[in-house]
Design a protein around this ligand. Sequence first.
Ligand code: GUN
Length: 283
Amino acid sequence: MADHIINGKELVSDVRGRLKEEVERLAAEGLQPGLAVILVGEDPASAVYVRNKAKACEQVGIYSEVHRLPAETTQTELLELVHKLNAAANIHGILVQLPLPKHISEDAVIDAIAVEKDVDGFHPINVGNLSIGKPSLLPCTPAGIIEIIKRTGTSISGKRAVVIGRSNIVGKPVAMLLLRESATVTICHSRTENMKELCREADILVVAIGKPKFVTKEFVKPGAIVIDVGINRLEDGKLAGDVDFDDVVGISGPITPVPGVVGPMTITMLLQNTVQAAKALRS
Ligand code: GUN
């Protein structure tokens, strides 16, 4: 059974190894990709994510700097920092960790990031480019999901894909990317009727709904690949995905455990975007 549990360590170390070699090649040409990460406030989960991003940069030789700002930072102050980083020659990628405190407009901050440094792929121009099939910087979690699916040897073209969740960060863009790979794509969400029946038709099931253990074996076609984007803290302190892993693993095809696959692959795509942005800004 264990052979169809997707091994995140193997996947991630493979892609990061390739990136490290590319960063070394660029360094020999005098270019070191640089990433600036901005964290506003003290959200503990965000602090962990930001630390992991900085560590991953170090691992592959990307320069990184983390700007930790107090929760009371004003929108004007944050925008000033973004403008400064937009103009900084040693910075090729800018990431503002979300969520932001309520008094700051996330849209205004995302809009202020230079399009060519938007390594999250959240800027409306990058979102628009993806939706017209001319993507430049892809959002990291969706790009990582496609990478994971391809690396299991699963073909996407012509297959039925169902995405549960319609967020701007995951659901909508991953549906766009699956469509670009020529899947037949359905997006399910909290108002969807007959969700189980729709999901049971999926050859590829991507779950990003934010409800622990929501997907049970009744949602899964035997042999379907299941990608679990959820990461939820249970009352007992343990982490659980949006998929009831123990229930589904006996019937699915390749399946991602939580944690360990989608999270690290998302960070790996951030590294890849930073390298891509550095090369594009040089030319
Ligand atoms: N918070 C949760 N996921 C993300 C992400 O992908 N990017 C940013 N900037 N913040 C997040």
